[in-house]
Ligand binder design. Structure first.
Ligand code: PHE
Length: 339
């Protein structure tokens, strides 16, 4: 028995392990319930009483040394993983996720950049408006059916406190404050009491444009919009103006752009017409100029207005307007690199 203990002891003193897992294997081999060392303890029962003392001491020494040895082997790997000397300081750091611009901001900036090149500045106005700036100054007479064109959110049941239904209210504010020449765009949020669907929302964004100076003609309007469309949708784009009606412009038109998806051949986005309607426009009605304190005999002007969501949906082939307001990062992340 003593001889077996002796040889096991020297075996254990010579142990080595190449990994933490190997050290664990050694623990199982020697120290687990059926391990070599434990088996000797079981046999201790049958050692003759005279030898018990010596064998018992030797066994305890064996067990202690085995535990210590295997513990040392294990620690050697623990240390290797945590010791500072082994940390690779040349590894790149982990970066924090950063946000990006919202697609509506991206598109608004693109539109604003194009008009900035034509000398248009940017003005903003309040979202909570009064009747004068949203309707009356824009030539909507009281009770005129044109007011029904837009379902309005009124506040406090007061017909003179309302959420603006279009950014045309800002053209009134600018014309009241400033004499021509005026060349500005007005981006902002607007509100209409509409049922929410894939194509419509009760909150959306517009960009309105206004140019008032001497001798501004419809030809200037057409050329300005053609320049915008070719910069924004591509140089092969064409535009088409169809007669329309707005109380604050005369004549008025709806502008279509040739479908950027099928190139005008016809597809399901343009409903096989080859054209996409993107904005309303027209020559500022002389009544509006006069109501805002601008001499309509001396000056003329044009105005146009478009929905930012609609333009973004056409440019990026987004099928549902609600995506802009859900803030699902999987959607938003696709615009991360855009400015
Ligand atoms: N305000 C109109 C709308 O909301 C758009 C428009 C603006 C039309 C300027 C003509 C001129 O639909």
């Amino acid at each position: 028995m003593l001889n077996r203990i002796e040889s096991l002891l020297s075996e254990i003193r010579g142990l080595s392990a190449a990994s933490a897992a190997e050290a664990e294997q050694l623990r199982i081999k020697y120290l687990s319930k059926k391990g070599t060392v434990s088996v000797l303890f079981d046999e201790f029962k049958s050692v003759p009483p005279a030898e018990k003392k010596a064998v018992g001491m030797a066994l305890n020494q064996l067990k202690n040394e085995a535990q210590q040895r295997i513990q040392d082997l294990k620690e050697q790997f623990d240390n290797a993983e945590t010791s500072e000397g082994k940390v690779d300081l040349t590894l790149p750091g982990t970066s924090f996720p950063i946000g990006g611009r919202h697609p509506l901001s991206v598109v608004r900036n693109q539109i604003a950049d194009i008009f900035a090149r034509l000398g248009f500045s940017i003005s903003e106005g309040p979202e909570i408006e009064d009747d004068w700036h949203v309707f009356s100054a824009l030539n909507f007479p009281p009770e005129h059916p044109a007011r029904d064109m837009q379902d309005t959110f009124f506040i406090h049941k007061n017909p003179d406190v309302l959420l603006r239904t279009h950014t045309s209210s800002v053209q009134v504010r600018v014309m009241e404050k400033q004499q021509p020449p005026i060349r500005a765009i007005f981006p902002g949020r607007v509100f209409r009491n509409e049922a929410i669907s894939a194509r419509a929302h009760c909150i959306f964004h517009q960009i309105e444009g206004l140019y008032v100076a001497e001798n501004v003609s419809f030809a200037d309007l057409k050329q300005t919009l053609l320049y915008f469309v070719r910069e924004f949708f591509g140089e092969n784009s064409e535009i088409r103006l169809r007669p329309s009606y707005f109380p604050f412009t005369e004549p008025s038109a709806e502008m279509d752009v040739s479908c950027s998806i099928c190139g005008g051949k016809g597809c399901n986005v343009c409903k096989y017409t080859g054209w996409l309607e993107i904005m309303g426009c027209g020559m500022v009605d002389p009544n509006v100029l006069d109501l805002c304190g601008i001499d309509s005999k001396k000056y003329s002007g044009f105005a146009f207005g478009m929905g930012i969501e609609r333009i973004a949906m056409l440019k990026y082939h987004i099928k549902d307007i609600r995506l802009f307001f859900e803030n699902d990062v999987r959607f938003l992340e696709q615009f991360k690199s855009a400015l």
